[in-house]
Ligand binder design. Structure first.
Ligand SMILES: NC(=O)c1ccc[n+]([C@@H]2O[C@H](COP(=O)([O-])OP(=O)(O)OC[C@H]3O[C@@H](n4cnc5c(N)ncnc54)[C@H](O)[C@@H]3O)[C@@H](O)[C@H]2O)c1
Length: 350
């Protein structure tokens, strides 16, 4: 039997608690990977690693480098806020580890580019957990579009809107950082739009703001026009300070207008609609795909298989840098009030 891979998780509070509880135990059950240490600045957050991953207290650290020095491992899992990703990446590379990181790669395009070069120069493998693209409903819509049954894809409309206007209702750090909607939310939606259209971003024009009642230091709301490299246009509405959570996490509204059918995903219900010029639309429900797990549990499994010699997963660093470019090009567009050429932006920063 092949020895399972060893990992260290950094960040076990916030979403890291969910990693400990819901995503990682499966890797041990499958015999693919096992925890050897956990790191968090908060002792109470480390209890999640003890309770759900079975790590003893003396393998739970506040000091990242001590954890890495004392525990030989194969890869690191990064679940700390984006502004801290690069410090953890540097420490991981200094200890010759592969990297599975939460999104986005970093909190600036310069940081993303530095990480991209450092990981490649070190010859290590890195993937970024773009959870929502790998959810059951989005994967089902993608399969329907790509099945060819509904003809050519014309354009896509995407809505993601929340009532999270009170301070702390979307996790405290997001109420303090610049561009929280784009950095912490829209980056997922850009990746979903990349996978649905089968193309990268070409041109982005973003208008972002925070309404007076939104308790955010940065912009919580956006209307964005995108054109992809294959010419498919997308329109995106994102909001964290609305009066209603119409389409929150895992419940997005996505409408893919295809030549022979309108594919509509709304709060996890997928259907195809058609009508003549005057008739009411006739809707046919479409079943969602099935597989054992979705999102990060699936991504963690694909990452381990990659380290074990399998193919690179779709969220590997070389692919995800396109997602980072689209994110930070959109932020540049929002700040300059002008469209940005995403591919030129990426070339300039790489
Ligand atoms: N993929 C998803 O669906 C999803 C969902 C939520 C969060 N995230 C991502 O997860 C990451 C963490 O977000 P969060 O919501 O858990 O943040 P959070 O602030 O709620 O929790 C972060 C945890 O990391 C710890 N921490 C912070 N800096 C640290 C450091 N330098 N060293 C060690 N520990 C440190 C904190 O004590 C805390 O326990 C972000 O990159 C975020 O974008 C992804």
């Amino acid at each position: 039997m092949v020895d399972s891979l060893r990992y260290i998780i950094v960040g076990t509070g916030g979403f890291g608690a969910h990693w400990c509880r819901a995503f990682l135990p499966r890797l041990t059950e499958l015999g693919k990977a096992r925890p050897v240490a956990a790191v968090d600045l908060r002792p109470d957050a480390l209890l999640n690693a003890q309770q759900h991953l079975g790590l003893p207290a003396d393998r739970c650290y506040a000091d990242l480098n001590r954890a890495l020095d004392e525990n030989p491992a194969d890869f690191i899992i990064i679940v700390v806020p984006p502004a801290h990703h690069e410090t953890v990446v540097d420490a991981a590379l200094a200890h010759d580890l592969h990297i599975l990181s939460e999104k986005p790669i970093a909190d600036t395009m310069a940081g993303c580019a530095r990480i991209y070069h450092k990981v490649n120069a070190a010859g290590k493998k890195m993937a970024v957990t773009m959870s929502h693209r790998f959810d059951q409903d989005k994967q089902s819509l993608e399969a329907a579009i790509k099945s060819g049954k509904y003809g050519r894809l014309n354009y896509i409309v995407h809505r993601f809107t929340h009532d999270c206007r009170k301070f702390g209702s979307w996790g405290e750090f997001r109420h303090r950082i610049p561009d929280p909607l784009l950095v912490e939310g829209t980056v997922h939606h850009f990746d979903i739009l990349r996978s649905l259209t089968g193309a990268d971003g070409q041109t982005v024009y973003a208008t972002t703001w925070n309404p007076p009642w939104g308790e955010y230091a940065g912009d919580s709301t956006a209307l964005i026009n995108l054109t992809m490299t294959n010419g498919v246009p997308c329109a995106y509405e994102g909001a964290k300070a609305n009066a209603t959570t119409l389409n929150g996490w895992g419940n997005d509204y996505l409408r893919a207008e295809c030549e022979d059918g309108t594919l509509e995903l709304d709060r996890r219900q997928l259907r195809v609609l058609r009508s003549g010029p005057d008739g009411a639309p006739v809707a046919e429900p479409l079943p969602l795909l099935e597989r054992p797990v979705w999102m990060n549990a699936w991504l963690a499994e694909m990452f381990c298989d990659w380290l074990a010699g399998g193919p690179p997963p779709p969220n590997h660093l070389g692919d995800n840098i396109q997602c980072a470019a689209l994110l930070f090009a959109a932020i540049e567009s929002a700040h300059t009030h002008a469209p940005v050429d995403v591919q030129a932006y990426l070339q300039k920063h790489l």
